[in-house]
Design a protein around this ligand. Structure first.
Ligand SMILES: *[C@@H]1O[C@H](CO)[C@@H](O)[C@H](O)[C@H]1NC(C)=O
Ligand SMILES: *[C@@H]1O[C@H](CO)[C@@H](O)[C@H](O)[C@H]1NC(C)=O
Ligand SMILES: *[C@@H]1O[C@H](CO)[C@@H](O)[C@H](O)[C@H]1NC(C)=O
Ligand SMILES: *[C@@H]1O[C@H](CO)[C@@H](O)[C@H](O)[C@H]1NC(C)=O
Length: 391
């Protein structure tokens, strides 16, 4: 039996969900005219089943309001050349907009592209996958960020499990903290059939690394799916503040002339309290600063996820220009209680998008380095991020 949770506040800051899209509109002839680099790195453990999803529809929907998955063909390529085909026996197989690995192995580390097309439209998205050895895993790289408020009860979700729990009635997670199995007791409460755990009366010491594990059977083989969560604790007084989930002080790379979309995703808890989200460029409103409409704000989108309500307002660059690299962009989220400001900068991408094709492994290394740098930067910036100011 669970207690009624009155003030359950969950901020999932999926560090792997670093979302930024760079699109180059005029690619190579044989390529799709529309190419997107999705900077979301997937970091997974060797030997575990993995699902990666093509984010094209999300992008098409957000940007062009044209979406109807069934009217598209989706092809997956590995390493920008090798096509992956569905096949019962194959360890890696595409299934609609998902690519399944049973299981993922170290050698699968690489770049994967999904090419989404019908007779009139073609978009190619590239994602990176990094498979790490269990015993050599760098925990901050793989962990999902979650945030809990002191003296509250916290509902910790085991993230990204839906592909493994769908159609199942036997879901039974095991939870660990710092490698120790957590007893389902007074402090930690979880039950079968759910993918979350309640932590009662959050104190500073509850911060740290948690692991949840799920058994998964595929073709009569047993697998374990594990997720590592980094829980951070913040003072109770900040509970009703809106919290910007991303961008998170991450530098965003873009090539001149490319299309770029920067989402600002804001956690607003139970909703209400008149939340608003907007962007500024050099401290001016976007429509004033960009009178020509080259850069616009996307529509205000509100949606509910398992841990609460979110608002998403994107900053959309039709084509990135030199001057954008010197301009400070800020996402501002505000409600009746307070506000949070998150400055972000766009920096010049080291090279145009299409350059990954002949030199994929080199790009992969750069991507990994970039992600590591982003992590370091983020960690350093975390303090600032939560020193919210009263509006
Ligand atoms: C990518 O392709 C290159 C050249 O074909 C090959 O040397 C490399 O091992 C491949 N990498 C992966 C991860 O498949
Ligand atoms: C291709 O997809 C777009 C977007 O859904 C749609 O508008 C268009 O009609 C489709 N073309 C064909 C030939 O199905
Ligand atoms: C879940 O069930 C639906 C309908 O029965 C099926 O199409 C789908 O493949 C199943 N999903 C998984 C992951 O087994
Ligand atoms: C924004 O401000 C910076 C620093 O004050 C300045 O260098 C830059 O030119 C400004 N951007 C534009 C587009 O005016």
């Amino acid at each position: 039996m669970y207690l009624k949770m009155r003030h359950v506040v969950v901020i999932s800051m999926c560090v792997l969900q670093t979302m930024a899209f760079v699109v180059q509109q005029s690619g190579k002839e044989e390529k799709c005219p529309e190419q997107i680099t999705h900077f979301m790195g997937h970091y997974v453990l060797n030997g575990e089943p993995v699902v990666i999803k093509c984010p094209a529809f999300q992008y098409l929907q957000m940007d062009l309001s044209r979406v109807s998955p069934s009217s598209f063909n989706i092809a997956w390529t590995k390493n920008a050349s090798e096509y992956l085909y569905a096949g019962r026996q194959s360890r890696i197989h595409p299934k609609k907009e998902s690519l399944w690995f049973f299981p993922a192995l170290i050698e699968d580390t690489g770049l994967y592209s999904c090419i989404v097309r019908n007779s009139s439209l073609c978009t190619e998205l590239t994602l990176s996958l990094t498979v790490m050895k269990q015993e050599e895993v760098h925990v901050p790289d793989i962990a999902y960020e979650q945030l809990a408020f002191e003296h509250s009860q916290f509902q910790m979700f085991c993230p990204d499990l839906s592909d493994f729990t769908i159609n199942r009635t036997d879901v039974q997670l095991q939870w660990y903290k710092d490698g120790k199995l957590l007893e389902n007791d007074i402090k930690y409460m979880y039950s079968s059939g759910t993918t979350y755990m309640h932590i009662i009366d959050i104190v500073k010491n509850d911060g740290g690394y948690y692991t949840c594990k799920l058994q998964f059977t595929h073709e009569n083989k047993e697998y374990v799916v594990s997720r590592i969560i980094h829980l951070r604790i913040v003072g109770k007084d900040k509970r009703h503040y809106p919290v910007i989930q991303y961008p998170n002080h991450k530098p965003i790379a873009a090539a001149i002339g490319s299309k770029l979309l920067i989402p600002c995703k804001v956690y607003i808890g139970n909703g209400g309290n008149n939340p608003i989200v907007w962007w500024l460029a050099n401290d001016s409103y976007i429509d004033e600063f960009f009178g020509d409409g080259r850069v616009i704000e996307g529509t205000f989108q509100e949606r509910t996820e398992s841990d609460g309500h979110y608002i998403d307002v994107s900053l959309i660059f039709e084509n990135v220009k030199e001057e954008d690299f010197n301009t400070e962009f800020k996402c501002i989220a505000s409600n009746d209680y307070g506000s949070q400001v998150l400055p972000t900068h766009i920096r010049r991408a080291a090279s145009p998008f299409t350059w990954y094709i002949p030199v994929a492994p080199a790009v992969l290394v750069l991507l990994i380095i970039a992600v590591i740098v982003i992590y370091k930067y983020r960690k350093a910036a975390n303090k600032k991020e939560y020193s919210l100011t009263k509006s």
